[in-house]
Design a protein around this ligand. Structure first.
Ligand SMILES: [Zn+2]
Length: 1098
């Protein structure tokens, strides 16, 4: 976009490029020498007074090259990115392989997935080539493996790319910039607020000093400020571990990738060393040790068993805040029987060992929400175990060998919701965080104390010293009482991290909002809603006095807003050279929220009107993102981008790929990104601790498959509002407002990394969620939020024959919005079993379905949708076949399943009908991709709800069995099967599908409900597009209202409520969620069971 006639192009002062030096994985940005040496010297930047700006045309109209655009004259403060080593790229992974799994056997027509009902001839269905394979020895016909590292679904890690970073660098020093003051009448008439006809007097304050980018706030990593506590002599504690050798790649090849060898130097001085690696330098692990663990763990030295209960009143609340539940750690010695005999297990009701013939007992859906199975552990252990809402395993009985796991044909993996909002969270401030010297596991309730001075790690079995400080219990104020420390009493705990957990001082919360202001965007009216939401919630943004905020808008050009203190109005700065973006006066674009609140509010009130006359239809999203990235690089933080169309100019331009007549086809749809621009930029963001959240509001195809990468790899979130329009689609407006409120005010963690450890012998190899795998198994999360879920797959690498229990621990290290460095640790303990029957008995069908859904998304992308669907069906067939042949002795007729898996066929059928994987519908491509994003990023509970919704009858709600929360009565109607058979014309039924709710009202619904709840005289007067329940002063209305509010509470997405009658347009959507019924392209539940039975009994 070189512009003729620009001024000052003759003095390009090269400011120096950001050097490639610096630790690529520091939580700070790479530090450029030029940033350090940046003094307040004018660098050829000749800033005129705004009044003397050349006549400037509002950004709407195409830029006039001859209009005397102001040129910065080469004061490039943002240096070239060419030399910048892409952060996050240790490049220790192999590039994505095309499809690492064995290809389909072409001779096998399709899988065991049944054809649509019309043509169903089950007998003719050939054997599958799409089975999941659960072991190291994939059968030749398989193409989807569960438990095997070097293959399978590719997740986020990756990367490949070249060592050459992708961002276009600023090599051309000549730039064109327009400077537009919002208040300068001669320049920006269309932008002006009424009454502001006087040029702002503040123009004099326009800095004439051009300072490139803010210098990093602190010294390099090692020199962070001391924490608020004295540092205990680290030499005594297990914290002071000498530099660890690199990962042992043979046992630690945890991500399905082979190359870890080059990590060593790259990740030095990074989070990896801070948070600690995996099993590094694990001690020799003898049979003797492993045998010991099962027995020694529960038993305590006598001295510990008689400790009296802690004196609660003596609790020093300033240093320790804990949950009230201080259970004495009784640790009565457990016999082996407790841990190994599932059949007599404490957790299994007699019902749990029942074998069920699904063809006879089709209605297995419980009427209350399905709970996670309780691991079969001694109750003293189990009561300390992690809440299944936070940490869940697909198999609560861990098979002791990979061979046993393979036999079960079930996937082994974990589902995590690590940053969930918690009512109670013990927070420990202690100068000594006790961790295993070998594997860096945090001390937890499942370690064993050998004596008063030694504890044995439950992950690697190393014996560690108990640090002196740990002997003192700040709660009881008793010395020699380590077993009552909160660390060994709570499976979920948070530590205030001392300075060695910082690579740089914790950065302030920084929020940058980037708005599409093209004609199309303005037309939707979204800007108004968003600015209003921001105004409403500005004071609730998580943060403190250091919080910073900034705004960028873009169409074909990029507009920055100077919010410098002292200005009477925000000042708009336009950069028109999108080929080579740079940041004008970066120091004034991200400003302190508290100190500049009026100016910020001013801008938010003005913005929606500024572009109303815009005719600019182009969208330079890529360059806008590049600018945002540069602006945020020094501190990291959160970018929230609002986009309404396909990006059309500059880098990252996308083209439409959706072909309407192919929507229904399972093949040839574009699920993969069309460019790697967004992925690469996301990795750069990740390296600088920047996360990008995408709000896509679009009526047309916008290639979410490509755009979504910007959030996926930077640990951001994706929100999607199809057909958003402020007038035509008012429910979307409400949805956006509600979700924005949650988004803006929810907790946020910055500069985060997460590592998941597991007991030696188990191996984590594939990760699902939004993040970047930085080094082997360290997940990079520039932001972490309470609505994000993660999943990992595991295999059994070494036999667990002598082990009775295994443990899993996730550790999330983050900077809170208050600037504290914290570590949230969850630890879960599970028993190991030796028989196939026990493995089945402990199966967690929701976790299994959730993990399979994640794997199926990957499979859809690396192979095809039909492949993924086949693999889902085969997961059911294979596991139930194995159960039939290997566990059941008598071959009775029917479809026999273990009680634990009674809902497995139903949930898989529900997945096949879910938007991510369905066929034969008019599902739009972006909607499908969004559903896939949700599968990957939602906590399990919401994933299950969007897959298999809950259906309730609500016209006869009673208080029976209701909850009482904050003096509100919340009815708890029974959950019904998803079939029209369950509906009746004289009732009203609410379907909760997680992100949407539908209230179906029968034709003969009772008059009472219609008038007292719906507020209309009769059925016929129900509007066709009703989306709100009236707020009526009746008991019936209050009951339903409180039930719906309760369901909506704390959801990451705000479910719109559609009230549906027979003639409503939404009725077909409602019927689509009736998973048990046949649709034109999918089997009914009963048909599906018959099909599975036929395959199983072959
Ligand atoms: Zn250890």
């Amino acid at each position: 976009m070189a512009q003729p006639g620009r001024l000052g192009a003759s003095s390009p002062a090269q400011n120096g490029a950001i050097s490639a030096a610096g630790p690529p994985y520091s939580n700070g940005p790479l530090q450029s020498p030029s940033m350090h040496s940046q003094v307040s010297v004018s660098q050829g930047y000749n800033s005129p007074f705004p009044g003397s700006y050349p006549h400037q045309i509002p950004a709407k109209t195409p830029l006039n090259p001859a209009s005397g655009l102001y040129n910065y004259g080469g004061s490039q403060t943002v240096s070239s990115l060419n030399s910048y080593q892409g952060p996050g790229q240790t490049l220790n992974r192999l590039p994505l392989e095309p499809n690492p799994v064995a290809p389909l056997q072409p001779t096998v027509p399709t899988s065991r997935m049944p054809p649509p009902p019309s043509s169903q001839t089950p007998a003719a269905i050939p054997a599958s080539s799409n089975s999941f394979v659960y072991g190291p020895d994939p059968s030749p016909s398989s193409n989807w493996q569960y438990g095997h590292p070097p293959m399978g679904s590719k997740t986020n890690h990756f990367v490949p790319v070249s060592t050459q970073p992708s961002l276009s660098g600023n090599t051309d020093m000549s730039r064109n910039n327009q400077y537009v003051s919002l208040g300068a009448p001669s320049l920006q008439n269309s932008y002006m607020k009424t009454g502001s006809s006087v040029p702002p007097p503040t123009n004099q304050t326009l800095p004439t000093i051009y300072q490139p980018t803010r210098a990093p706030l602190g010294p390099p990593p090692s020199g962070g400020p001391p924490p608020a506590r004295s540092l205990d002599p680290q030499g005594k504690t297990s914290n002071s571990v000498p530099p660890q050798p690199q990962l042992n790649s043979s046992s630690l090849n945890q991500e399905g990738d082979s190359s870890t060898a080059n990590n060593g130097s790259v990740v030095e001085n990074s989070y990896d060393t801070i948070e600690g690696g995996g099993f590094m330098a694990a001690p020799q692990f003898t049979n003797q040790m492993s045998r010991n663990v099962g027995y020694s763990y529960p038993s305590l030295p006598p001295g510990y068993q008689n400790t009296s209960a802690p004196n609660m009143s003596g609790r020093p609340s300033t240093t320790l805040q804990y949950s009230s539940g201080l259970q004495p750690f009784s640790q009565s010695p457990l016999g082996a029987n407790h841990l190994t005999t599932s059949m007599s297990g404490l957790s299994l009701h007699p019902e749990g060992i029942r074998v069920i013939n699904l063809l006879q007992e089709r209605n297995m859906l419980p009427t209350t929400p399905l709970k996670a199975p309780v691991p079969n552990l001694h109750e003293d252990i189990q009561k300390l175990n992690c809440n299944p809402e936070l940490f869940r395993c697909t198999l609560t009985n861990i098979p002791q060998t990979q061979a046993l796991l393979n036999k079960a044909k079930l996937p082994l993996g974990l589902l995590l919701h690590p940053f969930k909002d918690l009512l109670q969270l013990p927070v420990v401030t202690s100068s000594t965080i006790v961790r295993c010297r070998s594997c860096r596991t945090y001390i937890n309730p499942f370690v064993s104390f050998l004596d008063q001075r030694r504890w044995k790690c439950n992950l690697c079995y190393r014996v560690n010293d108990v640090p002196e400080e740990f002997m003192y219990n700040p709660i009881t104020r008793v010395y020699g009482d380590p077993l009552r420390r909160p660390e060994v009493q709570n499976a979920t705990i948070e530590f205030m991290a001392p300075s060695e957990y910082m690579l740089r001082p914790p950065q302030p919360p920084v929020y940058l909002f980037v708005f599409d202001v093209s004609h199309n965007a303005i037309e939707t009216g979204y800007l108004n809603s968003v600015c209003q939401s921001l105004l409403d919630n500005l004071d609730s943004l998580p943060g403190n006095t250091r919080t910073k905020i900034g705004f960028i808008t873009f169409d074909s050009t990029i507009h920055f807003y100077n919010l410098q203190e002292g200005l009477s109005q925000p000042q708009m700065l336009i950069v028109s050279d999108i080929e080579d973006v740079f940041i004008p006066m970066p120091e004034n674009l991200l400003v302190n929220l508290n100190e500049n609140k009026e100016l910020i509010q001013d801008l938010l009130k003005t913005l929606p009107q500024m572009f109303t006359k815009s005719l600019e239809t182009q969208s330079a999203l890529g360059p806008a993102l590049q600018s945002a990235f540069k602006l945020m690089s020094p501190t990291g933080g959160r970018i929230s981008i609002f986009q309404t169309q396909l990006p059309s100019i500059g880098v990252g331009t996308l083209k439409s790929r959706e072909e309407p007549n192919q929507r229904s086809s399972a093949k040839e749809i574009h699920l993969t990104p069309s460019t790697d621009f967004y992925k690469k930029l996301a990795l750069d963001c990740s390296g600088q601790q920047v996360a990008v959240d995408l709000f896509l509001l679009s009526g047309q195809y916008s290639d979410l498959a490509s755009l979504g990468c910007i959030s996926r790899y930077s640990a951001g979130s994706v929100y999607y509002y199809p057909s958003y329009h402020h007038q035509h689609n008012p429910v979307q407006v409400e949805k956006l407002q509600k979700e924005l409120k949650r988004y803006l005010t929810r907790k946020i963690g910055f500069e985060a990394v997460m590592r998941i450890r597991c007991t030696k012998g188990l191996s984590i190899h594939t990760f699902h969620g939004n993040f970047f795998v930085r080094s082997t198994d360290l997940l990079s999360l520039p932001n972490v939020n309470p609505d994000a879920g993660y999943a990992v797959q595991m295999s059994v690498e070494e036999n667990l024959t002598d082990i009775q229990v295994v443990s899993f621990q996730s550790a999330l290290l983050y900077t809170s919005s208050k600037g504290e460095r914290r570590i949230r640790v969850h630890t879960m303990c599970l028993p190991v079993v030796s028989t196939l029957n026990e493995v089945y008995l402990g199966a967690d069908v929701q976790a299994i379905s959730g993990l399979l859904a994640n794997m199926a998304v990957d499979r859809s992308i690396t192979a095809s949708l039909s492949d993924a669907r086949d693999a889902l069906v085969n997961a059911v067939i294979d596991s139930l076949s194995a159960y039939r042949t290997s566990v059941l002795s008598s071959q009775q007729p029917g479809l026999l399943v273990p009680f634990s898996l009674r809902l497995f066929p139903l949930f898989v059928l529900a997945l096949l009908k879910q938007k991510s994987f369905q066929t034969g519908t008019a599902a739009r491509l972006d909607e499908r991709i969004f559903a896939m994003c949700q599968v990957k990023n939602q906590p399990l509970v919401y994933l299950m709800l969007m897959t298999h919704p809950n259906l309730y009858r609500v016209d006869n709600l009673s208080d029976e069995g209701s909850l009482n929360i904050n003096d509100k009565t919340i009815p708890q109607p029974p959950i019904l099967q998803l079939s029209v058979e369950k509906l009746s014309r004289d009732g009203a039924f609410l379907m909760d599908a997680g992100t949407v709710m539908m209230l179906w009202v029968g034709k003969n619904c009772g008059q009472n409900f219609i008038s007292q709840v719906l507020g209309v005289p009769n059925y016929a007067s129900l509007p066709l597009n009703m989306t709100h329940l009236p707020d009526l002063d009746t008991a019936e209305s209050a009951r339903l209202g409180s039930f719906i509010s309760w369901l909506r509470e704390h959801r990451p997405f705000f479910p719109i409520l559609y009230i549906i009658r027979d003639e409503s347009p939404m009725k077909s959507t409602f019927l689509q969620y009736m998973v048990e019924d046949r649709t034109e392209s999918a089997l009914s539940y009963y048909e599906f069971l018959l099909h599975v039975q036929q395959q199983v009994n072959k």
